[in-house]
Ligand binder design. Structure first.
Ligand code: 0L1
Ligand code: MG
Length: 261
């Protein structure tokens, strides 16, 4: 059986050193329960280094991603303050293995999520909504993993950028979203691709958090999941994301010689 502390250390070092590790061999696949236990230890190592928990992220929220990993349930990862970047910033790619970026919708909570909320009950806990970009980075070679691997790897969490906050009653059910790289359009989608409505993802976050003993609190950010496929980030790229009435977010992928890195 996989030792959870040893596995958490392997994944933590892979992220710290930006060096990928192999996924577990098929005979050693993790159960979902074992995988969340490793994730908890992995995040505890970050907190022990002084990082602060700031919320949660949903992963595998689109049908395409679920199919890719062969699952029917979304997954949860945890966000820390060290993962948040200000808008417009240059992201240090040297600290990442094979980063990708994807547009999402973010929620700011005004109270803890109930254990199994309806989307309407989840909305009652929302202080504000915002457009967001998530930077994902699998710690596994070739971005190859099974369900247990990716949960253990904190759902590929690596970074996130928030746009401007809007009122909680803003209609986020079908926001048109487009992503461009250095001015060239590359992905389009809508927030309806996030489990049919981002509030369904927020409700799922409440359900999974409760079932895994993960607390939520006022002030937490919850990333609802991707509205388009994730796009590889390469040095020097300018990423622009348009979220219709919610606004626009821009970041840059730092080139190695970039003075900001
Ligand atoms: O945020 C995500 O949907 C990522 C979940 C993990 C799967 C992946 O890394 O693509
Ligand atoms: Mg995501």
């Amino acid at each position: 059986m996989t030792d959870p502390d040893a596995r958490a250390e392997i994944l933590d070092l892979a992220a710290l050193e930006a060096r990928p590790v192999p996924q577990l061999p098929p005979g050693e696949s993790l159960s979902v329960e074992a995988a969340y236990a490793i994730q908890a230890r992995l995040v505890a190592r970050r907190l022990a280094r002084g990082e602060r928990p700031v919320g949660l992220k949903l992963g595998l929220t689109s049908e395409a991603k679920m199919k890719q990993v062969g699952v029917t349930e979304v997954i949860l990862g945890r966000l820390t303050d060290a993962m948040q970047h200000p808008e417009g910033v240059s992201i240090d790619l040297g600290a990442l293995i094979h980063p990708r970026v994807e547009p999402e919708i973010a929620f700011l909570l005004r109270c803890p999520l109930p254990p199994d909320p309806t989307p309407e009950q989840a909305l009652d806990c929302v202080e504000a909504v915002a457009p967001a970009l998530e930077i994902i980075d699998s710690r596994y070679e070739g971005f190859r993993f099974d369900l247990g691997d990716v949960i253990a790897d904190n759902a590929s969490s690596a970074g996130f950028v928030l746009g401007h906050w809007h009122r909680p009653d803003t209609d986020i059910g079908n926001v048109p979203i487009s992503l461009s790289l250095s001015g060239a359009p590359c992905e389009t989608g809508t927030s309806a691709a996030i489990l049919g409505h981002p509030l369904n993802a927020l409700a799922a976050a409440g359900r999974i958090a409760a079932s895994r003993g993960i607390a939520t609190a006022a002030g937490d950010v919850v990333l609802a999941g991707a509205a388009t496929a994730a796009v590889p980030l390469s040095p020097g790229a300018r990423v622009g994301a348009e979220f219709g009435p919610l606004g626009r977010i821009e970041i840059r992928a730092g080139a190695p010689e970039d003075p900001e890195n």
